[in-house]
Design a protein around this ligand. Sequence first.
Ligand SMILES: CCCCC/C=C/C(=O)SCCNC(=O)CCNC(=O)[C@H](O)C(C)(C)COP(=O)(O)OP(=O)(O)OC[C@H]1O[C@@H](n2cnc3c(N)ncnc32)[C@H](O)[C@@H]1OP(=O)(O)O
Length: 311
Amino acid sequence: MAAVAPTLARRIARPGMLPLCSRPQAWGRAARQSPGLPRAPSLLLTQRRAFSNNKILVELDEGSGIATMKLKSPPVNSLSLDFLTEFCISLEKLENNRGCRGVIFTSAIPKIFSSGLDITEMCRKSTEHYAEFWRAVQEMWLRVYGSNMVTVAAINGSSPAGGCLLALSCDYRIMAENPKFSIGLNEAQLGIVAPFWFKDTFVNVVGHRVAERSLQLGCLHSAPEALRIGLVDELVPEEKLQDKAAAVIAQWLALPDHARQLTKSMMRKLVLDRLVAHREEDIQNFISFITKESIQKSLHMYMEMLKKKKG
Ligand SMILES: CCCCC/C=C/C(=O)SCCNC(=O)CCNC(=O)[C@H](O)C(C)(C)COP(=O)(O)OP(=O)(O)OC[C@H]1O[C@@H](n2cnc3c(N)ncnc32)[C@H](O)[C@@H]1OP(=O)(O)O
């Protein structure tokens, strides 16, 4: 898998070639057939299949059709170009497996769900690199937000910025009830601006007023606060997180797939279409923004601050 990744990364970036996700998947795929009445995952005589690459561990429970994608990129699951490429490859495999109907995203790293976009990917790199990186970020969002499968984020740690976007792109968010864990689109704190599709995804979850305030202030919300503003749907003790996520998916899968999928597509279409229609422009905007000297200085200072905090 590791050998495939750079090739795929090049494919994502090369202009003129069909990008991995030229349109959101939700409209291109036939509805999955529900295999009948939902069964509680714990009651099944299940067979588990696992596959893994360098940064993602995937386990598919063939009895329930529920997969778990565990993010395992130490130290903090930052969303680097390699990570995003491997993430999209893993998700595509699951999308292509008709036995898989739901996915749980969670972290294999204690206390961190994902630290968001890898800041080093945005510092002092070439224009080509920025284009490739940003296309991969778009790709992750298009794939998760446009997925036909039921998607649940089991947020077992802090989840700033891009990590929060991943969670926001799911159908349901369950967070470990640890007040030390925080989540939010904190880009403003870094001196950068969340792009329109981060903002749209956020608004669709928490509403305009809450999103505007939270975005302007670059808020990182504690788990209880995230529940209060609707950024997450529920809090559970950490040891119950995975079971709860599987139970929620089983509940959602009890509905006829086509009805749920078309409804999801209807709710998300406008936002997805907007990025698909402006993908290249969005990449150019990112490059113009990130190459500004003032922005590079802000990111540098933020990284220094992270280092100092470590002591
Ligand atoms: C311009 C267009 C808009 C772009 C939209 C951007 C979206 C983003 O996602 S920007 C990234 C935002 N992320 C953050 O603000 C998170 C920053 N990190 C943290 O707050 C903390 O690291 C933590 C809470 C995630 C974890 O804390 P802790 O367990 O104490 O670990 P350390 O802070 O010591 O970090 C360990 C190690 O990892 C490096 N690191 C942390 N986050 C990132 C990151 N996002 N990208 C790259 N590297 C990161 C950190 O610098 C440490 O490195 P070393 O000092 O070399 O060990």
